[in-house]
Design a protein around this ligand. Structure first.
Ligand SMILES: Cc1ncc(COP(=O)(O)O)c(C=O)c1O
Length: 359
C-alpha cells in the first residue's frame, strides 16, 4: 500500500520527510546504538536534543525571552482544567469566548476551578463565525479562546481584544500554520497531534509572570511553575513525541519558516473553498467567509444521500478520512501543514469528477 492523501483531523498526517528520518534513525539514533525512545531523558544525548528542539521552536515562532516553552502530557483536554488550576485564584473569574465545540469543552472543564464567564459567543448563529468579545470581565484571570475550531471549521484571522487581561489560546489545530505575535498572548497551548507530531505531547508557551500566580491548591505535578523549573522533566516526559516535534520544527525551517508555510496554507485553503463555492451549489460550506478556517474545511453535498458514495469513492481514489465530524455530518478536509497543495489539487479534481458523474 502506498501512502494516501490523509485529510484526518487528528491524529493527522505528518510530513513524509519527518517519518523517513524517524525510520532511518529508529535503531541507532545519533550513534547511540539505541532508538531515542530507549534512552534516559536525563542523559546527555536527550538533554542536547531537548535544547535544540526548544531553540528551533523559539526561532520559528520568534518567542520572546520572557516566555517559557514546556513539553507536557495529558492532551489539550487535561490542560482545559489545569490552566484554570494554575492561573485562577479561588473565587476568581475567567472569561471564555465560545465559538464551537472545543471552546465549550474548555469552558466546561474550567468550571470546578473558576467562575466561568462567557465573554462572547457565536452559538446563536450556529457557530458559523468566530465570536466577538461582547461583555469582558476586567477582573478575569484571563480570556480563553480557540483560534481554530477544528470541528466547525472557523478561525480567528485577527486576535480578540482582551484589553489588559492575558489571552490564553488553545492552538491545537492551528499552531505553526502561520506567523503569530507571541507577545500578544499570556499562554498558548496545543495538543501535538495535528501540526506538531504524535498525540501524547502538549506544547505550551507561557509568559513567565503568569507562572508566579498561586492558582488553586494542587499537587506539584500539576503546577506549570514546577515543570518550568525542571525543564519539563518533573517526571519522565514523552521523549518520542518531543523528538518528532523536533524533526517537524526542522522541516518547517527547511520549508522557509512560518511566513512561507502560512502562504502555502492560504493557497491550499483558497483552492478548496474556490472549488466548493464554484460548484454551483453541489458542495456547500456555510461558514461566514471572514471566519473560514485554513486548516479544517467542512463541506456538505447538496444531497446527503450521496455522502456514502462520496466517501467510498474518495477512499478508493486514495483520499483518506474525509468523513465529517459526527456532530455535523457531511465532509471535512483537514489540510494541516503536512498536506501539500498537490494533495488538495487531487481532492479538488476528485470533487469535480464526482459532481459530473453523479450529476
Ligand atoms: C482545538 C482542539 N482543542 C482540543 C482538542 C482535544 O485535544 P486532546 O484530544 O489532545 O485532549 C482538539 C482535538 O483533538 C482540538 O481540535
Amino acid at each position: 500500500m502506498s501512502r494516501v492523501w490523509n485529510f484526518s483531523a487528528g491524529p493527522a498526517a505528518l510530513p513524509e520527510a519527518v517519518l523517513r528520518i524517524a525510520q532511518q534513525e529508529m535503531l541507532d539514533w545519533r550513534g547511540t546504538g539505541a532508538s531515542v525512545m530507549e534512552l534516559s531523558h536525563r542523559g546527555k544525548p536527550f538533554m542536547a536534543l531537548a535544547a535544540e528542539v526548544e531553540a528551533d521552536l523559539r526561532e520559528l515562532m520568534a518567542i520572546p525571552a520572557n516566555y517559557k516553552v514546556l513539553f507536557l502530557q495529558g492532551g489539550a483536554t487535561q490542560h482545559f482544567a489545569q490552566i484554570p488550576m494554575n492561573l485562577v485564584a479561588p473565587g476568581q473569574g475567567a472569561d471564555y469566548l465560545i465559538g464551537g465545540h472545543w471552546a465549550q469543552k474548555a469552558a466546561a472543564e474550567a468550571e470546578p476551578y473558576a467562575r466561568v464567564h462567557v465573554a462572547g459567543s457565536s452559538e446563536s448563529t450556529g457557530f458559523d463565525r468566530v465570536p466577538q468579545v461582547q461583555q469582558p470581565d476586567p477582573d478575569a484571570a484571563y480570556l480563553h479562546f480557540t483560534p481554530n475550531e477544528t470541528i466547525q471549521g472557523t478561525e480567528f484571522h485577527t486576535l480578540p481584544d482582551a484589553g489588559d487581561v492575558p489571552l490564553v489560546a488553545d492552538m491545537s489545530s492551528s499552531i505553526l500554520s502561520r506567523p503569530v505575535d507571541v507577545s500578544r498572548f499570556g499562554l498558548i497551548y496545543a495538543g501535538a497531534q495535528k501540526n506538531i507530531g504524535p498525540s501524547g505531547l502538549v506544547l505550551m508557551i507561557v509568559r513567565e509572570d503568569l507562572l508566579e500566580r498561586a492558582g488553586q491548591p494542587m499537587a506539584r505535578i500539576f503546577r506549570y511553575a514546577e515543570q518550568a523549573a525542571n525543564d519539563s522533566m518533573f517526571n519522565t516526559p514523552n521523549t518520542w513525541g518531543w523528538y518528532l516535534a523536533g524533526l517537524t520544527f526542522q522541516w518547517l525551517k527547511a520549508q522557509g519558516g512560518l511566513e512561507a508555510v502560512g502562504a502555502r496554507n492560504r493557497a491550499k485553503a483558497d483552492a478548496l473553498y474556490a472549488a466548493i463555492d464554484g460548484s454551483g451549489g453541489y458542495y456547500r460550506n456555510t461558514i461566514e467567509p471572514g471566519s473560514r478556517s485554513r486548516m479544517n474545511v467542512p463541506f456538505q453535498l447538496h444531497d446527503d444521500a450521496l455522502d456514502a458514495a462520496f466517501l467510498a469513492e474518495s477512499e478508493a481514489a486514495g483520499l483518506l478520512a474525509l468523513k465529517g465530524h459526527r456532530v455535523l455530518g457531511g465532509m471535512r478536509a483537514s489540510i494541516y501543514n503536512a498536506m501539500p497543495l498537490e494533495g488538495v489539487t487531487v481532492l479538488v479534481d476528485f470533487m469535480r469528477d464526482f459532481a459530473q458523474r453523479h450529476g
